[in-house]
Design a protein around this ligand. Structure first.
Ligand code: NAD
Ligand code: UDP
Length: 315
């Protein structure tokens, strides 16, 4: 059945893929964004679709629309961008959550929160399960994002308990793919752009810290499956790829796949940079019958192709 779906942060990296998939499924999509880190180019190919509507709006301010579902993605996700204006990041997470929850309450829509593995902070247990409460610095440079997202989860749970709202919470682990911004600052886009331009690869710290990288198509599958669950399953549920790599391994793989002449340079490690990150996805397997399908090299090849094209075009 055709639904009317609001995607906040829809012109960003993940949001643009989600809008595209929802349209492919013949839904009507309202894409709302203030273009802080996203841009119209990510959704350019969707603009001709009569089922697609693009709205410039900041989620810090209320927004009303009669919709069946809301995916709340609006929030900068890269450390350099969310630390650029930390007060705005917190406002986006917290006031954005309240405003979208109020929209859901007023219209009876189901609402999904794009939360993050950052709610686990620098985790003391490995891999991370949803029942782990995390190890987060509340006063550090990453706190505007980590604590903002934690507070948004709290708000979602409180609206659910207090007003019986139909909510869903997913915790997304490091995701990459086409439509990431070349200056996004996250590790996969940085390394690919550096390799394609034969520039030095910036390893922060000794590169032995780990992350688990998920290709964006797998995430979108998980998001849509989560939204489709019945009212009694609200999460939080981890959505990520459990294959773990050190940052050095990632750099070596990207050098090989791009045939690059780039050399590694070692810079200082940003404050509160988590040492390791790997999702336990048993809950997603059980409740959503979901697991990632795309291995790192396959996903990296598609992403390299994308960056190669846009770097040549922008020359
Ligand atoms: P992104 O920066 O590409 O997209 C975020 C989008 O939100 C952008 O289009 C931006 O312009 C928009 N936005 C920011 N503040 C806004 C505001 N106040 N009002 C309206 N729009 C606003 O990042 P992404 O990687 O696509 O992340 C999307 C969501 O997924 C975020 O909520 C992020 O926290 C979450 N997430 C992403 C990852 C990842 O690895 N990519 C991991 C965990 C969680
Ligand atoms: N990183 C790096 N070089 C870069 C960008 C990031 O070594 O050019 C490291 C960063 O310190 C972190 C990891 O890669 O340990 C992942 O960083 P990213 O910003 O992509 O995501 P997050 O830290 O939020 O998981």
């Amino acid at each position: 059945m055709k639904k009317r779906i609001l995607v906040t942060g829809g012109a960003g990296f993940i949001g643009s893929h989600l809008c595209n998939r929802l349209l492919e499924q013949n839904n009507e999509v309202l894409c709302l964004d203030n273009y802080f880190t996203g841009n119209k180019e990510n959704v350019l190919s969707l603009l001709d679709n009569p089922l697609f509507e693009l709205i410039r709006h900041d989620v810090v301010n209320p927004y009303m629309a009669v919709v069946d579902e809301i995916y709340n993605l609006a929030c900068p996700a890269s450390p350099i961008h969310y630390q650029h204006n930390p007060i705005q990041t917190l406002k986006t997470s917290v006031m954005g959550a309240i405003n979208m929850l109020e929209t859901a309450k007023a219209t009876g829509a189901k609402i999904l929160q794009a939360s993050t593995s950052e709610v686990y902070g620098d985790p003391e247990i490995h891999p991370q399960v949803e029942s782990y409460w995390g190890n987060v610095n509340p006063i550090g440079e990453r706190s505007c994002y980590d604590e903002g997202k934690r507070c948004a989860e709290t708000l979602f749970m409180d609206y659910h308990r207090q007003t019986n709202l139909d909510i869903k919470i997913i915790r997304i682990f490091n995701t990459y793919g086409p439509n990431m911004h070349p200056n996004d600052g996250r590790v996969v886009s940085n390394f690919i752009v550096q390799c394609l331009q034969n520039k030095d690869i910036t390893i922060y710290g000794n590169g032995k810290q780990s992350r688990s990288f998920q290709y964006v198509d797998d995430l979108v599958d998980g998001m849509i499956k989560m939204m489709a669950t019945s009212k009694d399953f609200i999460g939080p549920v981890n959505i990520g790829n459990p294959n773990e790599f050190t940052i050095l391994e990632l750099a070596e793989t990207i050098i090989r796949l791009t045939n690059s002449k780039s050399k590694l340079v070692f810079n200082s490690l940003p404050k509160d940079d988590p040492q390791q990150r790997k999702p336990d996805i048993s809950l997603a397997r059980e409740k959503l019958d979901w697991s990632p399908k795309i291995e790192l090299e396959e996903g990296l090849k598609k992403t390299i192709e994308y960056f190669d094209e846009i770097l040549k075009r922008d020359k």
